[in-house]
Write a protein that binds this ligand. Structure first.
Ligand code: GDP
Length: 296
């Protein structure tokens, strides 16, 4: 079992209350424990370093009031810095565009793109009463096209047909024209993913982006990928003007460290969490909640 940050800090820091300010020695000891806790939560190494530097700077001036132990004072700094780094408050989906508002889904194969496309479509249709159409541009895997058709149909969302013989940009352009004719509010475009970052894939999704001019370009990332999440995020953020992130499989064992890595690397808000395989398992991302999970 992991030792949570609260007990780590209680162990290394003096537990006497109301001592004025945190000392440099206390901060150094606490920072070592924070580093261990973040490593266990699978936050990427360079991200840990940056984050700890910020916390140290803030902790140095932090006052320890009568009611706080040094450990609690340090923990408060960590919690508030973590929540702020994760975006502070929940950030809604932006659909402020001439309809149909286009949402482009990007990410590695297996990250949960297709599942999340259906989840998002369901949410927009059922909760926000939007007229939604989805389309798959994965011309390499007929199974992926079929998967989207099945999951989207199951949630009552229209699917624009596509097939492996077509070019992704042709499919996307035709889907957009169709969505306009149907007066759709939203068109969600699922894309091909590879198991690793790949130049061709990046070039293809950049072309799709140019053809569709999406109002949201969402990077879907598996929270279980830990350290790799940061590298993947960097590659997608370099290739595309991302507008947000969806972190999937947070219902698994992961402590959510990928949230901090991906937010730091992309600078983009995490908008939703995937919390299960079923189509209703999508939650709005709340920075403070994941901060508590990361700290443990
Ligand atoms: P894609 O290749 O990126 O389109 O990924 P898929 O949508 O096919 O998802 C890959 C696998 O992850 C499937 O078995 C999904 O059921 C599963 N999956 C996706 N999102 C979640 C999630 O939030 N939680 C869990 N537990 N499984 C998920």
């Amino acid at each position: 079992m992991f030792e949570n940050l609260t007990s780590r800090l209680t162990r290394v820091l003096d537990s006497i209350r109301g001592q004025g300010r945190l000392t440099e020695e206390q901060i150094a000891a606490a920072a070592r424990e924070l580093r261990m806790a973040l490593l266990e939560a699978d936050v990427a190494l360079p991200v840990i370093k940056d984050f700890i530097d910020k916390v140290k700077e803030r902790a140095l001036g932090a006052e320890i009031t009568q009611s706080l132990t040094p450990g609690q004072a340090f923990l408060r700094v960590v919690q508030s810095e973590l929540t702020a780094t994760l975006g502070g408050t929940a950030e809604p989906l932006n659909l402020r565009a001439q309809p149909p508002a286009v949402i482009l889904m990007a990410g590695l194969q297996g990250s949960g793109k297709t599942t999340t496309t259906a989840k998002l479509a369901r949410r927009l249709k059922h909760d926000e009463k939007k007229n939604v159409i989805v389309v798959s541009c994965d011309v390499y895997r007929p199974a992926a096209i079929e998967q989207l058709r099945i999951v989207a149909t199951a949630v009552g969302v229209d699917v624009f047909p596509s097939s492996v013989g077509q070019s992704p940009v042709d499919i996307a352009t035709a889907a957009l024209a169709h969505a306009r004719l149907q007066y759709a509010d939203v068109l969600i475009v699922d894309t091909a993913g590879r198991t690793t970052v790949d130049q061709d894939m990046m070039a293809e999704i950049a072309q799709l982006h140019a053809a569709l001019n999406p109002v949201e370009t969402l990077f879907v990332v598996d929270s279980m990928t830990g350290q790799d999440a940061a590298k993947t995020a960097r590659a997608f953020a370099d290739a595309l003007p991302l507008t947000g992130v969806i972190l999937t499989k947070i219902d698994g064992d992961s402590r959510g460290g990928a949230a901090l890595s991906v937010r730091q690397v992309t600078g983009r808000p995490i908008k939703f969490l995937g919390v299960g395989e079923k189509s209703d398992k999508l939650e709005v991302f709340h920075p403070d909640r994941i901060a508590n999970r990361i700290i443990g």
